[in-house]
Design a binder for this molecule. Structure first.
Ligand code: TRP
Length: 331
């Protein structure tokens, strides 16, 4: 039997090149070896967008379309919607008994998010507890591996603590521990060179950007501000164009020789930007073409059938979980 993996994304916006190198590219490969579940985490996205649900509702379809257009195949990967599997919410409630507020407070990713969102004095309880709901997502599918970015590692540690506690307290082995699968490519920097590519910072190139938008963003990229004349020596470190060529150009040797030339002087920014533009356009064109060929009804059918498959799996785990606790009265 194939091993199970589960991953997910919050549908708060379309997916971008940062998602692609961080995890999406991995998923395209992993779907051949593993039984892969990909969850659109709308409940988790609500924890910090509950006042603006239309943002999530509107983006859910776009994220599904992003998956399909990059080559996630519904025959190999089950794509499903979190909110339509109520078993996940039930499992979260059982798990909430097994974690303390102190433990939740120590989660470094949540800590950073609380600061970024300015929640310091009044943290919504749903948001504070989302790692527990994430533990439910992972364990309901008995996932052994979770392909994610490194900021998600604390969630998997917390999941495994819950698994051990549950199995010990209820004297069972029905829950399984999971391991993170990290991508080899480090996180992608934004076009401004300031921080990681992110939708909210407006510094990302989206998989669905038009050719004109891609070109515009490439030509806005931060390079070396002291590299004024083509003949000047330039810096490669911190130069966003080279970071992207490293991540996306198919010939690493060519990139190495361009870097040497740039350092020495004699290579202009517009030359490397044109090369990157061509590289990205070539890579994204078939993705966009695939995107345009999907019909809304087709995407919805994939989500309906994926969600039905995923629900059966979660129902089965929930039977085992209720049995382990002893919640069986009528038979
Ligand atoms: N927290 C993840 C993110 O922000 C999304 C997510 C929700 C997830 N549930 C998950 C990822 C389960 C992996 C496994 O991107």
């Amino acid at each position: 039997m194939k091993k199970i993996i589960l991953t997910g994304d919050r549908p708060t916006g379309k997916l971008h090149l940062g998602h692609y190198v961080g995890s999406l590219a991995n998923r395209i490969k992993l779907q051949d070896e593993y039984e892969q579940y990909i969850m659109i985490a709308d409940i988790q996205a609500l924890t910090d967008n509950f006042e603006n649900p239309s943002k999530i509702v509107d983006n859910l379809y776009e994220v599904a379309l992003d998956y399909l257009s990059i080559g996630i195949e519904p025959q190999k990967s089950t794509i499903f919607i979190q909110s339509h599997i109520p078993e996940l919410a039930e499992l979260t409630v059982y798990y909430l008994n097994l974690v303390t507020l102190g433990r939740l407070e120590r989660n470094p990713t949540v800590k950073t998010e609380i600061q970024q969102k300015g929640y310091d004095s009044s943290i919504p309880a749903g948001f504070f507890c989302y790692p527990v709901s994430q533990a439910a997502d992972i364990t309901a599918f008995k996932a052994e591996a979770v392909p994610v970015g490194d900021d998600q590692v604390p969630m998997i540690e917390q999941t495994n603590e819950i698994v051990r506690r549950f199995n010990r307290i209820y004297n069972t082995d029905c829950l399984k521990e999971a391991k993170p699968v990290l991508s080899k490519t480090p996180r992608l920097v934004g076009i401004d060179g300031q921080s990681k590519a992110s939708k909210s910072l407006g510094n990302a190139i989206f998989l669905s950007d038009t050719p004109e938008e891609i070109k515009r963003k490439v030509f806005l990229m931060f390079t070396d501000p002291t590299h004024l004349k083509i003949s000047d020596p330039g810096r490669v470190e911190g130069n966003v164009v080279f970071d992207y060529l490293d991540a996306f150009h198919s010939d690493p040797e060519e990139v190495t020789s361009l870097k040497a030339q740039y350092r020495k002087g004699g290579l202009g920014d517009s030359t490397i930007k044109n090369l990157l533009n061509t590289t990205l356009q070539t890579m994204l064109e078939p993705i966009k073409e695939k995107r345009n060929n999907f019909k809304r009804g087709e995407v919805m059918d994939i989500l309906i059938s994926g969600t039905a498959t995923a629900k059966k799996m979660a129902e089965k785990t929930l039977e085992e979980v209720r049995d382990a606790i002893g919640l069986r009265y009528f038979d």
